[in-house]
Design a protein around this ligand. Sequence first.
Ligand code: PLP
Length: 483
Amino acid sequence: LNPDSFAGESSAVVDFLADYYRNVDKYPVMANTQPGTIRKLLPEAAPELGDSMDRILDDVQRDILPGLTHWQSPSFFAYFPANASTAGFAGEMLSAGLNVVPFVWTASPVATELEQVVVDWMASLLGLPERFHFKGGGGGVLHGSTCEAVVCTLAAARDRALSKLGHEGILKLVVYASDQTHATFQKGASIVGIPPANFRILRTSANSGYGLTATIVQRAIEEDVARGLVPLYLCATVGTTGLGAIDRVRELGHVARRYGTWLHIDAAYAGSAAICPEFQGHLDGAELADSLSMNPHKWFLTNMDCCCLWVANPTTMTDALSTDPEYLKNVGTTSKMAETVDYKDWQIALSRRFRAIKLWVVLRRYGAAGTRAHIRRHIQMAEWFEHVVAADERFEVVVPRNFSLVCFRLRPRFMADKAVEALNRDLLAAVNASGRAFMTHFVVDDKFVIRLAVGGSMTEMRHVRAAWELLKEKANDLIATGC
Ligand code: PLP
């Protein structure tokens, strides 16, 4: 690494990206590429000799950008956002540039301690109970994704239960989720050895806005306990992936407490909204949970990747995940005075990134007020969109909006259900093929719904208005041609 060429080449990349952001709204939002095209374009083997950064960036422009789906486009309304920001990028640059590997305290003391500070800051900003703060006996960690975080909590819950039941008890352990819970919980349960039949998917309905209620969980747990099974783990989601539904945390917490069941709150997307006091109520009852996670990389101005996981009792986590090789013993955690942690014992891998600096730069640069304004801006745009959809008699809002996600469909009167589904599939395909916006879909109660998730850092009201105009234009075309 030569510091002089580092400066020149890195600033060429920054200039390239600045130009990309200036023009990102000119690219088709969803990549318009046939499978295999990009693989055919590139050589079969890596080059023997290195190339200049200028030539590499030319190739990025020519070969790579056309194959991208542009997540930072202001007209990207698909999935949930992965919002970038200047501070998120600066923090990512610092993390990548310093390139330390803080798996234990001595491996980079400030990286560990800064992580402890920023997860406590975040816990305060989101109004989380004291028990999730380091100073309250709990603590947090930064993972790359909710999926990793969930596996760690499942392993902790499993080992806590097996320490009483003995290892053969694993066949009795049951994990509860709803039909709206993210698929990662099923994968995680399987990774930690829960028998597939013991992953219980509980049915939700429109009556509760597709949120999980205590009655549903209580009934399932009672049945299982009567069969000699052990209710291990319950996932409550605040802001489900498909519909943005909200499980009733406090109710579920009481049921979980009654049976000694580990309660995890998955707030991957909507957790960011809790920076605004008016949304903190959705986490009411969090003091009854054992763990909680949210992804700043979705909606908190933090570039990929960053997931905050908090646990109320870190020993359950470290009992399940710690290793103790001689070469990693260090004064930071062996000294009696230590208030620090070895984060290798809070995650799956040994090596880890210095994510704390990224989240710290975001918090320093925008402050809580800046982040609140970012969230509220998106929610206002989603409110407007929900309103115009509801006011157009050809469309319907399928579930009431939560946060910045609107789920809707085209529903001309007198059309059969099957035809409505085909119509909406065609509508979504036409919108996405236009390149002017990108949305995705979900299916609930056999209804095919289109999801519009507002969350891009560069998304403004005019982009949401344009998306609505585009939907109406394509709907008119389809209706005029008799679909
Ligand atoms: N949980 C919810 C509610 C999500 O919406 C998502 C992703 O969209 C996840 C979990 C998975 O998050 P990750 O991709 O960080 O593993």
